[in-house]
Write a protein that binds this ligand. Structure first.
Ligand SMILES: Cc1ncc(COP(=O)(O)O)c(C=O)c1O
Length: 369
């Protein structure tokens, strides 16, 4: 059985290479290199008492913790089985038939629309602009697309990933608000995927009241380092959250996951350490990558770097060569809008990053690039 490729399938790689997962270094999924909060780990150690009851179907404690964290009402949150579950709920719950996507970006938005039988249009950031998200173009496309389009239904929603994966580029909150307000004025939805915004909170829409017809998606996978538990959330106006809840299967978030996510959120000390570490190590890793002949890393507001390889090296070849050494990186050559030399690297520990730098340096040297 095959699913569309994302990063993070360490189990497939381990089988293919005949190695234990523990002997792989996964740079393909961007997970906090400091791991989850110690409080969350302790809670998971004691989780067996949570197994003999159904989970809280509406995640009361976690929603209350989010309400306290963001200083708003618990009714403004919906918890999902990872933000991926919520991405897939949206087209049916909001009856989106034609989504405008600001790319190049995460493939799951288009996949969710395809699954729901909807249509997708894209505006693309350009390499020569450092992949700066083209919000002015998105505003124009929304305006034009709100009128009866030729052939398909009018555009009824826009999707922005902020900061964006895999480019790492972030838009200022004021610009995103403008996009959201203009969309709402025309009756269009605005969905902002802030899965990586924990690394640059100043860009988040959650610092103020979320505009009407706007949904913000967040995750406990990346910054909180809990990818295996599957917890994400949507935030927005209470009436919109009720609309989404109606489409969600019951008990989709298990109880150990609810409990660990709550404790991770409340562990401000671990969060501060994680942010400090990322600021320093990302800058160092980027500097070292830029020193490799022909390599161009793009600046990033998240915990990964988009890197363009030297002219003669294709991403697919480098990715498979690194994989043979147990180093998994994300091949972005098939992401529409990126070049066939694009890879995405998670920022991991200093020792892990150095290991990858050595391996990349050897590949580049051997290729004569
Ligand atoms: C931009 C973006 N949004 C959402 C997700 C899904 O995250 P989750 O683990 O919360 O389902 C990912 C995962 O790779 C992602 O990169």
């Amino acid at each position: 059985m095959k699913r569309p490729a994302h990063g993070g399938d360490v189990y497939a790689a381990a089988r293919e290479l005949g190695r234990h997962v523990r002997h792989l270094l996964d740079f393909s999924a961007s997970i906090n290199p400091l791991g989850p909060s110690p409080a969350a780990r302790r809670a998971l150690g004691q989780a067996s008492e949570l197994l003999c009851h159904y989970p809280d179907p509406v995640c009361r404690d976690l929603r209350q913790a989010l309400a306290t964290f963001w200083n708003r009402s618990p009714d403004e949150f919906l918890i999902g089985n990872g933000s991926t579950e919520l991405i897939h709920l949206l087209p049916a719950a909001l009856q989106i038939r034609h989504l405008l996507i600001v790319g190049p970006t995460f493939s799951e938005y288009a996949a969710a629309m395809a699954r729901a039988g909807g249509q997708v249009s894209m505006v693309m950031a350009q390499r020569q602009d450092g992949y700066r998200p083209p919000l002015e173009q998105a505003l124009a496309a929304l305006e034009k697309g709100s009128r009866k389009a030729t052939g398909g239904p009018p555009i009824d929603a826009v999707m922005l990933c902020n900061p964006n994966s895999p480019t790492g580029q972030a838009c200022e909150a004021a610009m995103v608000r403008k996009l959201a307000r203009q969309a709402a004025r025309r009756g269009q939805w605005c969905i902002v995927d802030e899965t990586f915004a924990d690394y640059c909170e100043q860009v988040s829409l959650l610092r103020e009241r979320v505009p009407a017809r706007t949904i913000v998606l967040r995750s406990f996978t990346k910054f909180y380092g809990l990818p295996g538990l599957r917890v994400g959330y949507a935030a927005g106006r209470a009436a919109v959250m009720r609309q989404l809840t109606a489409q969600q299967p019951p008990w989709s978030v298990n109880m150990p996951a609810q409990r660990a996510a709550q404790l991770a959120l409340q562990d401000r000390r671990h969060s501060k350490r994680s942010l400090r570490f990322m600021e320093e190590e990302r800058a160092r890793f980027m500097k070292e990558l830029a020193r490799l002949p022909g390599c161009s890393p793009f600046p990033s507001a998240a915990n990964f770097l988009l890197v363009e390889l030297p002219a003669r090296l294709k991403a697919a070849r480098v990715v498979s060569s690194l994989k043979r050494q147990g180093l998994l990186v994300r091949d972005c050559s098939r992401v529409p809008g990126l070049t066939d030399r694009s890879i995405r690297l998670a920022v991991r520990s200093r020792a892990d990053n150095d290991r990858l730098l050595r391996a990349l340096s050897e590949i580049i040297e051997d290729s004569g690039a």
